[in-house]
Design a protein around this ligand. Structure first.
Ligand code: SAH
Ligand code: F3S
Length: 473
Protein backbone atom coordinates (compact mmCIF):
# COMPACT_ATOMS: atom_id res chain seq x y z
CA UNK A 1 0.00 0.00 0.00
CA UNK A 2 1.45 3.36 -1.01
CA UNK A 3 1.22 5.99 1.67
CA UNK A 4 2.86 9.09 0.29
CA UNK A 5 3.88 10.25 -3.16
CA UNK A 6 5.63 13.18 -4.69
CA UNK A 7 6.94 14.03 -8.11
CA UNK A 8 8.69 17.31 -8.65
CA UNK A 9 8.53 18.72 -12.18
CA UNK A 10 10.81 21.14 -13.94
CA UNK A 11 10.45 22.18 -17.53
CA UNK A 12 13.46 21.14 -19.50
CA UNK A 13 13.86 18.50 -22.15
CA UNK A 14 16.53 15.82 -22.30
CA UNK A 15 16.61 13.14 -24.96
CA UNK A 16 16.32 9.51 -23.94
CA UNK A 17 19.24 7.05 -23.70
CA UNK A 18 19.66 3.63 -22.26
CA UNK A 19 22.94 2.54 -20.68
CA UNK A 20 22.88 2.19 -16.91
CA UNK A 21 25.37 1.44 -14.19
CA UNK A 22 24.56 0.75 -10.52
CA UNK A 23 27.00 1.29 -7.67
CA UNK A 24 25.97 -0.46 -4.45
CA UNK A 25 26.98 0.29 -0.89
CA UNK A 26 26.05 -1.24 2.45
CA UNK A 27 24.37 -4.49 3.37
CA UNK A 28 23.76 -7.58 1.24
CA UNK A 29 20.12 -6.55 0.93
CA UNK A 30 21.24 -3.48 -0.98
CA UNK A 31 23.29 -5.59 -3.37
CA UNK A 32 20.29 -7.89 -3.87
CA UNK A 33 18.02 -4.87 -4.41
CA UNK A 34 20.35 -3.50 -7.07
CA UNK A 35 19.78 -6.72 -9.00
CA UNK A 36 16.01 -6.18 -8.75
CA UNK A 37 16.49 -2.62 -10.01
CA UNK A 38 18.62 -3.92 -12.91
CA UNK A 39 15.81 -6.29 -13.85
CA UNK A 40 13.24 -3.47 -13.83
CA UNK A 41 15.52 -1.32 -16.01
CA UNK A 42 16.26 -4.09 -18.51
CA UNK A 43 12.54 -4.74 -18.85
CA UNK A 44 12.13 -1.26 -20.23
CA UNK A 45 15.07 -1.52 -22.60
CA UNK A 46 18.01 -0.31 -20.55
CA UNK A 47 21.35 -2.08 -21.00
CA UNK A 48 23.94 -2.69 -18.31
CA UNK A 49 27.23 -0.78 -18.73
CA UNK A 50 30.37 -2.11 -17.08
CA UNK A 51 31.60 1.31 -16.06
CA UNK A 52 30.25 4.73 -15.26
CA UNK A 53 31.99 6.44 -18.19
CA UNK A 54 29.87 4.49 -20.68
CA UNK A 55 26.54 5.05 -18.98
CA UNK A 56 23.83 7.62 -19.33
CA UNK A 57 22.16 6.63 -16.08
CA UNK A 58 24.20 6.11 -12.91
CA UNK A 59 22.32 4.84 -9.87
CA UNK A 60 23.88 4.76 -6.43
CA UNK A 61 22.27 2.34 -4.01
CA UNK A 62 23.01 3.95 -0.68
CA UNK A 63 23.40 3.01 2.97
CA UNK A 64 22.52 5.10 6.04
CA UNK A 65 23.53 2.70 8.78
CA UNK A 66 26.44 4.80 10.05
CA UNK A 67 27.44 8.40 9.43
CA UNK A 68 30.68 7.25 7.78
CA UNK A 69 28.74 5.25 5.17
CA UNK A 70 26.76 8.36 4.26
CA UNK A 71 29.94 10.47 4.03
CA UNK A 72 31.54 7.94 1.67
CA UNK A 73 28.49 8.07 -0.59
CA UNK A 74 28.40 11.88 -0.60
CA UNK A 75 32.07 11.89 -1.68
CA UNK A 76 31.26 9.42 -4.44
CA UNK A 77 28.37 11.59 -5.62
CA UNK A 78 30.52 14.67 -5.89
CA UNK A 79 33.29 12.71 -7.57
CA UNK A 80 30.99 11.48 -10.36
CA UNK A 81 29.34 14.84 -10.82
CA UNK A 82 32.14 15.99 -13.18
CA UNK A 83 30.92 13.35 -15.67
CA UNK A 84 27.86 15.51 -16.22
CA UNK A 85 30.10 18.15 -17.80
CA UNK A 86 31.37 15.60 -20.34
CA UNK A 87 28.02 13.91 -20.93
CA UNK A 88 25.14 16.36 -20.93
CA UNK A 89 22.52 13.64 -21.03
CA UNK A 90 23.90 11.79 -17.98
CA UNK A 91 21.38 11.30 -15.19
CA UNK A 92 22.29 10.39 -11.64
CA UNK A 93 19.91 8.70 -9.20
CA UNK A 94 20.07 7.90 -5.50
CA UNK A 95 18.42 4.65 -4.38
CA UNK A 96 18.09 2.94 -1.02
CA UNK A 97 18.27 4.06 2.58
CA UNK A 98 19.80 7.53 2.08
CA UNK A 99 17.11 8.27 -0.49
CA UNK A 100 14.52 7.38 2.12
CA UNK A 101 16.24 9.34 4.88
CA UNK A 102 17.15 12.50 2.99
CA UNK A 103 14.38 12.56 0.36
CA UNK A 104 14.27 15.73 -1.73
CA UNK A 105 17.30 17.20 0.04
CA UNK A 106 19.40 15.54 -2.65
CA UNK A 107 17.55 17.30 -5.44
CA UNK A 108 17.28 20.67 -3.82
CA UNK A 109 20.42 21.12 -1.78
CA UNK A 110 22.94 18.94 -3.52
CA UNK A 111 21.67 19.50 -7.07
CA UNK A 112 23.78 16.62 -8.38
CA UNK A 113 20.93 14.17 -8.38
CA UNK A 114 18.03 13.83 -10.85
CA UNK A 115 16.23 10.91 -9.29
CA UNK A 116 15.57 9.81 -5.68
CA UNK A 117 14.01 6.38 -5.10
CA UNK A 118 13.44 4.69 -1.73
CA UNK A 119 13.80 0.91 -1.18
CA UNK A 120 10.09 0.14 -1.66
CA UNK A 121 9.56 2.26 -4.77
CA UNK A 122 11.72 0.59 -7.42
CA UNK A 123 8.70 -0.51 -9.44
CA UNK A 124 8.01 3.15 -10.04
CA UNK A 125 11.41 3.59 -11.75
CA UNK A 126 9.99 3.45 -15.31
CA UNK A 127 7.62 6.35 -14.51
CA UNK A 128 10.26 8.29 -12.67
CA UNK A 129 12.71 7.85 -15.54
CA UNK A 130 10.13 9.24 -17.93
CA UNK A 131 9.87 12.30 -15.73
CA UNK A 132 13.65 12.61 -15.79
CA UNK A 133 13.73 12.15 -19.55
CA UNK A 134 11.47 15.14 -19.91
CA UNK A 135 13.80 17.13 -17.73
CA UNK A 136 11.83 16.79 -14.53
CA UNK A 137 13.28 15.76 -11.22
CA UNK A 138 11.61 12.69 -9.76
CA UNK A 139 11.20 11.44 -6.20
CA UNK A 140 9.43 8.42 -4.82
CA UNK A 141 10.26 7.45 -1.28
CA UNK A 142 7.01 5.68 -0.46
CA UNK A 143 7.25 2.97 2.14
CA UNK A 144 5.04 -0.01 1.49
CA UNK A 145 3.35 -2.58 3.68
CA UNK A 146 3.37 -5.33 1.08
CA UNK A 147 6.08 -4.74 -1.51
CA UNK A 148 8.48 -7.68 -1.65
CA UNK A 149 9.39 -7.63 -5.37
CA UNK A 150 8.29 -11.28 -5.29
CA UNK A 151 7.66 -11.57 -9.04
CA UNK A 152 10.82 -9.82 -10.19
CA UNK A 153 13.63 -12.07 -11.29
CA UNK A 154 16.86 -10.28 -10.31
CA UNK A 155 19.53 -9.60 -12.97
CA UNK A 156 22.56 -11.13 -11.28
CA UNK A 157 25.12 -8.64 -12.51
CA UNK A 158 26.99 -8.62 -9.16
CA UNK A 159 27.24 -12.36 -8.99
CA UNK A 160 30.02 -14.93 -9.42
CA UNK A 161 27.53 -17.32 -11.01
CA UNK A 162 27.86 -19.77 -8.11
CA UNK A 163 26.34 -18.16 -5.05
CA UNK A 164 23.28 -15.88 -4.98
CA UNK A 165 21.18 -13.96 -2.47
CA UNK A 166 17.45 -14.59 -2.30
CA UNK A 167 15.45 -12.03 -0.29
CA UNK A 168 12.79 -13.55 1.96
CA UNK A 169 11.78 -10.63 4.13
CA UNK A 170 11.95 -6.86 3.84
CA UNK A 171 12.02 -4.20 6.53
CA UNK A 172 12.37 -4.70 10.26
CA UNK A 173 9.97 -4.31 13.21
CA UNK A 174 12.54 -4.58 15.96
CA UNK A 175 13.24 -0.93 16.64
CA UNK A 176 16.69 -1.32 18.14
CA UNK A 177 17.18 2.20 19.50
CA UNK A 178 20.42 2.86 17.56
CA UNK A 179 19.20 1.61 14.18
CA UNK A 180 17.93 3.58 11.21
CA UNK A 181 16.74 0.51 9.23
CA UNK A 182 13.12 0.45 10.51
CA UNK A 183 12.82 4.07 9.32
CA UNK A 184 14.47 3.61 5.94
CA UNK A 185 13.14 0.16 5.05
CA UNK A 186 9.79 0.18 6.80
CA UNK A 187 7.71 -2.57 8.35
CA UNK A 188 8.69 -6.19 8.25
CA UNK A 189 6.96 -8.28 5.59
CA UNK A 190 7.58 -11.79 4.31
CA UNK A 191 7.71 -12.97 0.74
CA UNK A 192 5.46 -15.68 -0.68
CA UNK A 193 7.32 -19.03 -0.39
CA UNK A 194 6.16 -19.98 -3.91
CA UNK A 195 8.04 -17.05 -5.39
CA UNK A 196 11.09 -17.86 -3.25
CA UNK A 197 11.08 -21.42 -4.59
CA UNK A 198 10.56 -20.21 -8.16
CA UNK A 199 13.59 -17.93 -7.85
CA UNK A 200 15.74 -20.78 -6.52
CA UNK A 201 14.58 -23.02 -9.38
CA UNK A 202 15.78 -20.41 -11.88
CA UNK A 203 19.10 -20.21 -10.09
CA UNK A 204 19.47 -23.98 -10.23
CA UNK A 205 18.71 -23.95 -13.96
CA UNK A 206 21.38 -21.29 -14.40
CA UNK A 207 24.03 -23.40 -12.70
CA UNK A 208 24.12 -21.78 -9.25
CA UNK A 209 25.16 -23.99 -6.32
CA UNK A 210 24.48 -21.92 -3.22
CA UNK A 211 21.85 -19.50 -1.97
CA UNK A 212 21.73 -17.21 1.01
CA UNK A 213 18.21 -16.47 2.25
CA UNK A 214 18.28 -12.82 3.10
CA UNK A 215 16.44 -10.54 5.49
CA UNK A 216 17.12 -8.07 8.30
CA UNK A 217 15.72 -10.70 10.67
CA UNK A 218 15.18 -13.99 8.82
CA UNK A 219 14.04 -15.98 11.86
CA UNK A 220 11.04 -13.72 12.05
CA UNK A 221 9.85 -14.88 8.59
CA UNK A 222 6.13 -15.66 8.60
CA UNK A 223 3.92 -16.31 5.58
CA UNK A 224 0.20 -16.65 6.17
CA UNK A 225 -1.03 -15.55 2.77
CA UNK A 226 0.40 -12.03 2.85
CA UNK A 227 0.21 -9.19 5.32
CA UNK A 228 2.45 -7.78 7.99
CA UNK A 229 3.91 -9.95 10.71
CA UNK A 230 2.33 -7.73 13.33
CA UNK A 231 -1.16 -8.45 11.91
CA UNK A 232 -0.80 -12.25 12.22
CA UNK A 233 -2.97 -12.14 15.36
CA UNK A 234 -5.89 -11.07 13.17
CA UNK A 235 -5.40 -13.90 10.63
CA UNK A 236 -8.08 -16.59 10.25
CA UNK A 237 -7.69 -20.01 11.91
CA UNK A 238 -6.98 -21.63 8.56
CA UNK A 239 -4.32 -19.01 7.77
CA UNK A 240 -2.72 -19.63 11.14
CA UNK A 241 -2.75 -23.40 10.65
CA UNK A 242 -1.22 -23.27 7.19
CA UNK A 243 1.26 -20.52 7.99
CA UNK A 244 4.94 -21.03 7.22
CA UNK A 245 7.58 -19.87 9.68
CA UNK A 246 11.32 -19.68 9.05
CA UNK A 247 12.04 -23.26 10.17
CA UNK A 248 9.34 -24.57 7.80
CA UNK A 249 10.63 -22.43 4.95
CA UNK A 250 14.17 -23.72 5.52
CA UNK A 251 12.85 -27.27 5.57
CA UNK A 252 10.91 -26.81 2.32
CA UNK A 253 13.86 -25.17 0.54
CA UNK A 254 16.34 -27.80 1.77
CA UNK A 255 14.06 -30.67 0.72
CA UNK A 256 13.18 -29.15 -2.65
CA UNK A 257 16.81 -28.41 -3.56
CA UNK A 258 18.94 -31.12 -1.93
CA UNK A 259 21.95 -30.27 -4.11
CA UNK A 260 21.94 -26.61 -3.18
CA UNK A 261 23.96 -25.28 -0.30
CA UNK A 262 21.70 -23.13 1.83
CA UNK A 263 22.77 -20.23 4.02
CA UNK A 264 20.77 -17.51 5.72
CA UNK A 265 21.39 -14.14 7.31
CA UNK A 266 20.72 -12.29 9.59
CA UNK A 267 19.44 -14.00 12.71
CA UNK A 268 18.13 -11.94 15.54
CA UNK A 269 18.78 -13.74 18.85
CA UNK A 270 15.29 -13.10 20.20
CA UNK A 271 13.63 -14.77 17.19
CA UNK A 272 15.93 -17.73 16.62
CA UNK A 273 14.40 -20.87 18.10
CA UNK A 274 15.09 -24.56 18.64
CA UNK A 275 12.93 -25.50 15.64
CA UNK A 276 15.37 -23.70 13.32
CA UNK A 277 18.35 -25.48 14.90
CA UNK A 278 16.65 -28.87 14.57
CA UNK A 279 15.86 -28.13 10.93
CA UNK A 280 19.50 -27.21 10.34
CA UNK A 281 20.58 -30.49 11.92
CA UNK A 282 18.08 -32.48 9.83
CA UNK A 283 19.45 -31.23 6.49
CA UNK A 284 23.05 -31.69 5.42
CA UNK A 285 22.66 -29.01 2.76
CA UNK A 286 21.89 -26.25 5.28
CA UNK A 287 25.23 -24.74 6.25
CA UNK A 288 26.18 -24.80 9.90
CA UNK A 289 26.85 -21.13 10.30
CA UNK A 290 24.82 -18.58 12.21
CA UNK A 291 25.44 -14.86 12.11
CA UNK A 292 24.09 -13.86 15.49
CA UNK A 293 24.63 -10.13 16.19
CA UNK A 294 24.68 -9.35 19.90
CA UNK A 295 25.84 -5.68 19.87
CA UNK A 296 26.89 -5.70 23.56
CA UNK A 297 27.61 -8.08 26.42
CA UNK A 298 26.13 -5.77 29.04
CA UNK A 299 22.53 -6.19 30.18
CA UNK A 300 22.25 -2.48 30.87
CA UNK A 301 23.30 -1.58 27.32
CA UNK A 302 21.20 -4.36 25.73
CA UNK A 303 18.17 -2.89 27.49
CA UNK A 304 19.00 0.66 26.38
CA UNK A 305 19.41 -0.67 22.84
CA UNK A 306 15.97 -2.30 23.07
CA UNK A 307 17.45 -5.65 22.16
CA UNK A 308 14.78 -8.07 23.35
CA UNK A 309 17.07 -10.45 25.22
CA UNK A 310 19.48 -10.47 28.13
CA UNK A 311 23.10 -11.58 28.15
CA UNK A 312 22.03 -14.77 29.94
CA UNK A 313 19.36 -15.57 27.32
CA UNK A 314 21.85 -14.96 24.52
CA UNK A 315 24.42 -17.27 26.13
CA UNK A 316 21.72 -19.91 26.63
CA UNK A 317 20.93 -19.73 22.92
CA UNK A 318 24.62 -20.05 22.05
CA UNK A 319 24.92 -23.07 24.30
CA UNK A 320 21.85 -24.64 22.68
CA UNK A 321 23.38 -24.02 19.23
CA UNK A 322 26.63 -25.65 20.34
CA UNK A 323 24.76 -28.65 21.77
CA UNK A 324 22.51 -29.25 18.76
CA UNK A 325 25.10 -28.26 16.11
CA UNK A 326 28.54 -28.85 17.65
CA UNK A 327 30.44 -27.75 14.56
CA UNK A 328 28.36 -24.64 13.89
CA UNK A 329 30.27 -21.49 12.95
CA UNK A 330 29.23 -18.37 14.85
CA UNK A 331 29.79 -14.73 14.00
CA UNK A 332 28.77 -11.43 15.57
CA UNK A 333 28.05 -7.73 15.09
CA UNK A 334 29.13 -5.52 17.97
CA UNK A 335 28.70 -1.83 18.73
CA UNK A 336 31.10 -0.11 21.08
CA UNK A 337 30.70 3.28 22.73
CA UNK A 338 26.91 3.27 22.92
CA UNK A 339 25.68 6.17 25.16
CA UNK A 340 26.53 5.69 28.85
CA UNK A 341 28.68 2.62 28.17
CA UNK A 342 31.03 2.29 31.17
CA UNK A 343 34.30 0.36 31.42
CA UNK A 344 32.34 -2.35 33.20
CA UNK A 345 29.86 -2.59 30.30
CA UNK A 346 32.80 -2.81 27.90
CA UNK A 347 34.40 -5.55 30.03
CA UNK A 348 31.07 -7.41 29.91
CA UNK A 349 31.31 -7.35 26.11
CA UNK A 350 34.86 -8.71 26.23
CA UNK A 351 33.84 -11.42 28.69
CA UNK A 352 30.87 -12.45 26.53
CA UNK A 353 33.22 -12.74 23.56
CA UNK A 354 35.52 -14.90 25.68
CA UNK A 355 32.60 -17.18 26.48
CA UNK A 356 31.30 -17.51 22.91
CA UNK A 357 34.59 -17.36 20.98
CA UNK A 358 33.11 -16.30 17.63
CA UNK A 359 34.80 -17.27 14.37
CA UNK A 360 34.56 -13.75 13.02
CA UNK A 361 32.66 -10.52 13.53
CA UNK A 362 31.81 -7.04 12.34
CA UNK A 363 32.60 -4.41 14.94
CA UNK A 364 31.57 -0.78 14.88
CA UNK A 365 31.83 2.42 16.88
CA UNK A 366 28.40 3.74 17.82
CA UNK A 367 27.27 6.31 15.29
CA UNK A 368 24.31 8.45 16.27
CA UNK A 369 21.63 8.34 13.57
CA UNK A 370 19.14 11.23 13.40
CA UNK A 371 15.55 10.22 14.16
CA UNK A 372 16.38 7.02 16.08
CA UNK A 373 15.18 6.66 19.66
CA UNK A 374 18.78 6.68 20.94
CA UNK A 375 19.45 9.99 19.20
CA UNK A 376 16.31 11.51 20.71
CA UNK A 377 16.68 10.16 24.24
CA UNK A 378 20.37 9.58 24.87
CA UNK A 379 23.46 11.73 24.73
CA UNK A 380 26.23 10.43 22.43
CA UNK A 381 28.53 10.90 25.41
CA UNK A 382 31.43 8.50 24.93
CA UNK A 383 34.56 10.33 23.82
CA UNK A 384 35.87 9.42 20.38
CA UNK A 385 39.22 8.22 21.76
CA UNK A 386 37.44 5.96 24.26
CA UNK A 387 35.21 4.53 21.52
CA UNK A 388 38.31 3.93 19.41
CA UNK A 389 40.26 2.27 22.21
CA UNK A 390 37.33 -0.02 23.10
CA UNK A 391 36.82 -0.86 19.45
CA UNK A 392 40.51 -1.79 19.11
CA UNK A 393 40.28 -4.03 22.17
CA UNK A 394 37.24 -5.81 20.76
CA UNK A 395 38.85 -6.21 17.34
CA UNK A 396 42.07 -7.54 18.90
CA UNK A 397 40.15 -10.08 20.97
CA UNK A 398 38.12 -11.18 17.94
CA UNK A 399 41.34 -11.54 15.97
CA UNK A 400 42.75 -13.81 18.70
CA UNK A 401 39.59 -15.97 18.76
CA UNK A 402 39.43 -16.12 14.96
CA UNK A 403 43.04 -17.27 14.78
CA UNK A 404 42.52 -19.90 17.50
CA UNK A 405 39.29 -21.19 15.95
CA UNK A 406 40.73 -21.38 12.44
CA UNK A 407 43.88 -23.15 13.65
CA UNK A 408 41.64 -26.04 14.78
CA UNK A 409 41.07 -26.86 11.09
CA UNK A 410 44.79 -27.44 10.42
CA UNK A 411 45.53 -31.06 9.42
CA UNK A 412 41.82 -31.70 8.93
CA UNK A 413 39.70 -31.74 5.80
CA UNK A 414 36.88 -29.32 5.13
CA UNK A 415 34.43 -29.21 2.22
CA UNK A 416 34.40 -26.02 0.21
CA UNK A 417 32.39 -24.74 -2.72
CA UNK A 418 34.80 -23.17 -5.23
CA UNK A 419 33.58 -19.64 -5.92
CA UNK A 420 36.30 -17.55 -7.55
CA UNK A 421 39.99 -16.90 -8.01
CA UNK A 422 41.84 -16.00 -4.83
CA UNK A 423 42.44 -12.23 -4.56
CA UNK A 424 46.05 -12.83 -3.61
CA UNK A 425 47.10 -15.31 -6.30
CA UNK A 426 45.90 -16.29 -9.75
CA UNK A 427 47.15 -19.81 -9.06
CA UNK A 428 44.64 -20.36 -6.23
CA UNK A 429 40.90 -20.87 -6.01
CA UNK A 430 38.89 -19.41 -3.11
CA UNK A 431 35.65 -20.65 -1.60
CA UNK A 432 33.97 -21.00 1.77
CA UNK A 433 33.37 -24.00 3.96
CA UNK A 434 29.98 -24.45 5.56
CA UNK A 435 31.06 -22.42 8.61
CA UNK A 436 31.54 -19.49 6.20
CA UNK A 437 35.33 -19.49 6.50
CA UNK A 438 37.35 -18.59 3.42
CA UNK A 439 39.58 -21.38 2.15
CA UNK A 440 42.22 -21.08 -0.60
CA UNK A 441 44.09 -23.85 -2.43
CA UNK A 442 46.06 -24.40 -5.70
CA UNK A 443 43.71 -24.56 -8.67
CA UNK A 444 44.81 -27.80 -10.34
CA UNK A 445 41.91 -29.14 -12.44
CA UNK A 446 39.12 -27.88 -10.21
CA UNK A 447 36.72 -25.17 -11.30
CA UNK A 448 34.17 -22.75 -9.81
CA UNK A 449 31.02 -24.60 -8.78
CA UNK A 450 32.90 -27.74 -7.68
CA UNK A 451 32.51 -29.02 -4.14
CA UNK A 452 36.02 -29.96 -3.04
CA UNK A 453 37.53 -31.69 -0.01
CA UNK A 454 40.46 -29.55 1.12
CA UNK A 455 43.18 -30.67 3.53
CA UNK A 456 44.02 -27.57 5.56
CA UNK A 457 47.74 -26.94 6.05
CA UNK A 458 47.89 -23.48 7.59
CA UNK A 459 45.73 -20.58 8.70
CA UNK A 460 45.59 -16.86 9.38
CA UNK A 461 42.82 -15.20 11.40
CA UNK A 462 40.61 -14.96 8.32
CA UNK A 463 41.66 -17.66 5.87
CA UNK A 464 42.52 -21.35 5.69
CA UNK A 465 45.08 -22.52 3.16
CA UNK A 466 45.41 -26.10 1.99
CA UNK A 467 45.46 -28.58 -0.85
CA UNK A 468 42.45 -30.05 -2.61
CA UNK A 469 42.13 -33.82 -2.23
CA UNK A 470 39.17 -34.63 -4.42
CA UNK A 471 36.01 -33.32 -5.96
CA UNK A 472 32.82 -34.34 -4.20
CA UNK A 473 30.14 -35.66 -6.53
N1 SAH B 1 19.62 -7.22 11.38
C1 SAH B 1 20.39 -6.47 10.46
C2 SAH B 1 21.24 -5.47 11.07
C3 SAH B 1 21.52 -4.43 10.06
S1 SAH B 1 22.62 -3.29 10.56
C4 SAH B 1 21.15 -7.34 9.50
O1 SAH B 1 20.60 -7.85 8.58
O2 SAH B 1 22.38 -7.49 9.61
C5 SAH B 1 24.14 -4.23 10.64
C6 SAH B 1 24.92 -3.89 11.86
O3 SAH B 1 25.30 -2.52 11.85
C7 SAH B 1 24.15 -4.05 13.16
O4 SAH B 1 24.07 -5.37 13.59
C8 SAH B 1 24.94 -3.18 14.10
O5 SAH B 1 26.01 -3.89 14.69
C9 SAH B 1 25.52 -2.10 13.18
N2 SAH B 1 24.83 -0.82 13.39
C10 SAH B 1 23.54 -0.54 13.14
N3 SAH B 1 23.27 0.74 13.50
C11 SAH B 1 24.42 1.25 13.98
C12 SAH B 1 24.78 2.52 14.53
N4 SAH B 1 23.89 3.50 14.66
N5 SAH B 1 26.06 2.70 14.92
C13 SAH B 1 26.98 1.72 14.79
N6 SAH B 1 26.70 0.50 14.30
C14 SAH B 1 25.43 0.27 13.90
FE1 F3S C 1 18.30 -2.74 12.94
FE2 F3S C 1 17.78 -4.13 15.08
FE3 F3S C 1 16.35 -4.49 12.87
S1 F3S C 1 19.80 -3.73 14.25
S2 F3S C 1 17.73 -4.00 11.22
S3 F3S C 1 16.39 -2.66 14.12
S4 F3S C 1 17.11 -6.09 14.28
Amino acid sequence: MLVDSKIIRKNKFVKSNNKYHIISYGCQMNFADSEVVASILENIGYEHADNIENSNLILINTCSIREKAEQTIRKKLSSINFLKKKNKSLKIGVLGCMAERLKEKFLHEEKIVDLVVGPDAYRDLPNLLKEVEFGNDAVNVLLSKDETYADINPQRFNSNGISAFVSITRGCDNMCTFCVVPFTRGRERSRDPKSILAEIKQLEENGYKEITLLGQNVDSYLWYGGGLKKDFKKASEIQKKTSINFAKLLDIVAKSYPKFRIRFTTSNPQDMDTEVLITMKAHKNICNHIHLPVQSGSDKILKEMNRQHTRKEYLKLVSEIKTILPDCGLSQDMITGFPNETEKDHKDTLSLMNLVKYDFGFMFKYSERPGTLASRKLDDNILEEIKQRRLSEIIDLQFKHSFENLSKYVNKTTVILVEKESKKSKRFWAGRNEQNIMVVFPKEDFKPGDFVDVLVEENTATTLKGIALNKIK
